[in-house]
Ligand binder design. Structure first.
Ligand code: FE
Length: 302
């Protein structure tokens, strides 16, 4: 059975970091989370004013951030001592777990910059584990081309291949798919996985439901995902994962299981104790959690 569209979530326009325009779908009032996924931002554009301010140092605790760069060039630095270059077609997996402070700043002054950032939850047993960081060059990501269907396999399994990211907690699948006009993509997927499709170029449909751009289609129960491109072709991400099934308590950049754990994260951040596994990092501010540091517009998520 083909998974039908259960819910179509239109992206909310949000200002992130120091003033970056993002389209947010997961992590909005319309879709607070989609267990195991906590947030999905589609960032960037062709106007440098929309991205040039970047994401100066800010904290995370309790989950994984996964960034997929479609176009452009960003530099990453973090409190583990990692420095990374994120380029068109590359990806970055950061397990913030017990606590990371990082920055993501554009390394370009013009032209197109765009990508997706997905937050993946961690089970309680791993929320305070050591952080970890992995970066993948565009060349490292398997690309499967079958005529007018092209799949970049970031995570999970497709056509007998495996992606570069392994998330044992959620068995995440993350595919970037390009379809020619009228062509079809199919992915077998067990019923208990949460799944969504987000079209970012062209147009597509699944079953009788249209999949417009700047919207996220949450897929319902079934055992297969099928997407057919419209007359202009389509590019989209198709993402799925096993739910964790635990309580989610979020305050901006901290996602834990209880309110007390969030309050502790907040106190630890304010006193410079958030990061448990540290390396020297220049330019990290300690102390007050201001709007620019929350990884959000300062909204309360309770
Ligand atoms: Fe971040």
């Amino acid at each position: 059975m083909i998974r039908p569209v259960e819910k179509l979530v239109r992206a909310a326009e949000v200002t992130e970091g120091a003033g970056v325009a993002v389209h947010r779908t997961i992590g909005t009032p319309a879709l607070k989370n989609l267990d195991p996924f906590l947030m999905l931002d589609h960032f960037g554009g062709s106007d440098p004013d929309e991205y040039i301010a970047g994401f100066p140092p800010h904290p995370h605790r309790g989950f994984i951030t996964f960034t997929y760069m479609l176009d452009g060039h960003m530099e990453h630095q973090d409190s583990m001592g990692n420095r990374g270059d994120l380029r068109s077609g590359g990806a970055q997996w950061m397990k913030a777990a017990s606590g990371v402070i990082h920055s993501e700043m554009p390394k370009q002054t013009g032209g197109l910059m765009r990508g997706f950032q997905l937050w993946i939850n961690l089970p309680a047993a791993e929320k305070m584990s050591d952080p970890a960081y992995q970066e993948f060059s565009p060349q490292a990501i398997p690309e499967i081309e079958d005529g007018p269907v092209r799949v970049r396999l970031l995570s999970g399994r497709y056509a007998g291949r495996r992606g570069v990211i392994d998330d044992p907690n959620t068995d995440m699948h993350y595919l970037d798919v390009a379809l020619g006009p009228g062509n079809e993509f199919a992915l077998p997927l067990a019923g208990d996985y949460a799944a969504f499709v987000c079209v970012y170029e062209g147009g597509a449909a699944t079953g009788s439901s249209d999949l417009p751009q700047h919207s996220l289609a949450v897929l319902g129960e079934g055992d297969e995902i099928r997407v057919i491109a419209g007359p202009a072709g389509a590019r989209f991400i198709c993402v799925a994962g096993k739910p964790i099934g635990e309580e989610v308590v979020q305050y901006g950049p901290f996602v834990m299981n209880t309110r007390a754990e969030i309050e502790l994260a907040f106190r630890e951040y304010q006193s410079g104790q958030l990061v448990k596994k540290k390396a020297a990092m220049t330019g990290v501010r300690k102390g007050g959690l201001t709007t620019g540091d929350t990884g959000s517009t300062g909204k309360t998520y309770f």
